[in-house]
Design a protein around this ligand. Structure first.
Ligand code: PNS
Length: 150
């Protein structure tokens, strides 16, 4: 059985994340969406781990082979503990690639994992959780960017 993990902070989940999860679910038998802590974004966190898990469970309910889990520590430890050898990350732009390539190489130096990059669909290439939070905080309409329950 081919299993993959989609790690992220998902603070909050956006329609861009759901697009990547949906496409990963068509490539793998089982996909685990793993919610972790990005140390560099921790101070800007809006939703608790429980809230993020609840929102992702709703967002992924339509995909029968997708489950949601929280994790602490390294994503590679999560992979090892769950017998997962593939990490899926979405790429929006070259700036994402610079960062994610370094992560992918570090991850594969730590454990036996491969990182698979899925290009974001063009309609979501500008979408980021941090921008959604900023737009919402200043009263902007984010209804086209995130699921209604977010
Ligand atoms: O893309 P994101 O949302 O910033 O990813 C957040 C997350 C939590 C998936 C990422 O920061 C992560 O995997 N953190 C756990 C620590 C880790 O493994 N870091 C990578 C070291 S190479």
């Amino acid at each position: 059985m081919r299993r993959a993990v989609c790690p992220g902070s998902f603070d909050p989940v956006t329609n861009g994340h759901i697009d990547i999860i949906s496409r990963a679910s068509q490539l793998f038998d089982e996909v685990v969406v793993a919610i972790g802590v990005n140390k560099s974004k921790a101070s800007a966190r809006l939703f608790s781990a429980e809230e993020r898990i609840e929102m992702l469970e709703k967002a992924c309910a339509e995909f029968p082979n997708v489950t949601v889990a929280g994790f602490e520590g390294l994503r590679t430890t999560f992979c090892e503990e769950n017998g997962i050898r593939a990490i899926v990350k979405g790429l929006r732009a070259v700036s994402d690639f610079d960062y994610e390539l370094q992560m992918a190489q570090m991850n594969s130096s730590l454990v036996d994992v491969e990182t698979i990059f899925i290009p974001t669909s063009p309609e979501y290439s500008f979408l980021a959780s941090s921008l959604v939070k900023e737009v919402a905080m200043f009263g902007g309409d984010v209804s086209a960017l995130v699921p209604p329950f977010v």
